[in-house]
Design a protein around this ligand. Structure first.
Ligand SMILES: NC(=O)c1ccc[n+]([C@@H]2O[C@H](COP(=O)([O-])OP(=O)(O)OC[C@H]3O[C@@H](n4cnc5c(N)ncnc54)[C@H](O)[C@@H]3O)[C@@H](O)[C@H]2O)c1
Length: 268
């Protein structure tokens, strides 16, 4: 697809990767970029910097009615949505602990990483079919192909996000709906850098797995994938080799991951 002249929605656009994507889409000549975030302040500020093509909306993507309302508003204003980027996300740092706080973290991860993608697709796919096609870009993570030491809800729900994107791609190919799934490793955003600064073990393992790249590099990879309509977006190309190595020898890959995690925790 062409980004120029497109109408685009980006969730989680008040920070990090979502903000980087919104900036890049405006720079590439998008007709309109709807910047969605639960926290409206930063999204509004960036939209104001980006000029009239950008607009900010306060939406909690885990609220189905709010997502449906967002899609209806953008369709009413612009007549179409060419690209919907479901990108909002969070980390939990939860392992096997029990109790209501841990259960809530599992529910939050499921709502934001999986159900939010479902709610967006439910709301926007019928309009895309009517328009003769469209594009969904869902942000998962390398954790959705590999794993995420120190954060079980993150690893599990990001796998589900990849699975849902695959399902969408198969189910709606005949309607000319293209799907990409974005699977970076470490990216320099608050989601990774804040826990890393606090010495979080999972964040340390991400940092030990490969380079921490900037959001502009992620936007470059997204531009390449969306313009060539490729499903898998790997801003860290080595994730493709790790994934292939996992498929070829799961036991070897599990031992390697666990050695790497122990080393990053300083216990090897
Ligand atoms: N930073 C990384 O290393 C990394 C690596 C792989 C994947 N990712 C994924 O990239 C995506 C973007 O993360 P980021 O690194 O830019 O993080 P970030 O914390 O900088 O930005 C995430 C944004 O999502 C918003 N958000 C969270 N829950 C929301 C909700 N319910 N409704 C609306 N907005 C909500 C937050 O307010 C925040 O502005 C996430 O899905 C994350 O899992 C990040």
């Amino acid at each position: 697809m062409r980004i120029a002249d497109s109408v685009i929605v980006v969730t989680g656009a008040g920070s990090g990767i979502g903000a980087g994507l919104a900036r890049r889409f405006v720079a590439e000549g998008a007709a309109a970029v709807e910047m969605v975030d639960r926290r409206i302040g930063p999204a509004r500020q960036i939209a104001a910097e980006l000029g009239p093509a950008a607009h900010a909306s306060a939406v909690d993507v885990s609220d189905e009615q709010a997502v449906a309302g967002l899609v209806a508003r953008v369709l009413a204003r612009h007549g179409r949505i060419d690209l919907f980027c479901s990108n909002a996300g969070l980390t939990t740092g939860v392992a096997l602990e029990s109790g209501s706080q841990a259960d809530k973290a599992w529910e939050r991860a499921w709502s934001v990483h999986v159900l939010a993608h479902v709610y967006a697709a439910r709301a926007v796919v019928p309009a895309m079919i009517k328009a003769g096609g469209g594009y969904l870009l869902n942000t998962a993570s390398a954790a959705g192909l590999l794993t995420s030491p120190g954060d079980a809800p993150y690893a599990v729900t990001k796998h589900a996000a990849v699975a849902f994107a695959e399902w969408l791609a198969v189910e709606y190919a005949a309607h000319n709906i293209k799907v990409s799934v974005l699977c970076p490793m470490g990216v320099d955003t608050p989601l990774l850098m804040e826990p890393l600064a606090q010495g979080n073990e999972g964040a340390k393992a991400v940092a030990a797995s490969g380079p921490i790249i900037g959001v502009a590099e992620v936007a470059d990879a997204v531009m390449r994938a969306v313009t060539s309509e490729s499903f898998l977006v790997l801003p860290h190309p080595e994730v493709g080799s790790f994934w292939a190595a996992k498929a070829a020898d799961v036991d070897g890959w599990l031992s390697g991951m666990s050695r790497m995690y122990q080393r990053s925790r300083g216990s090897d």
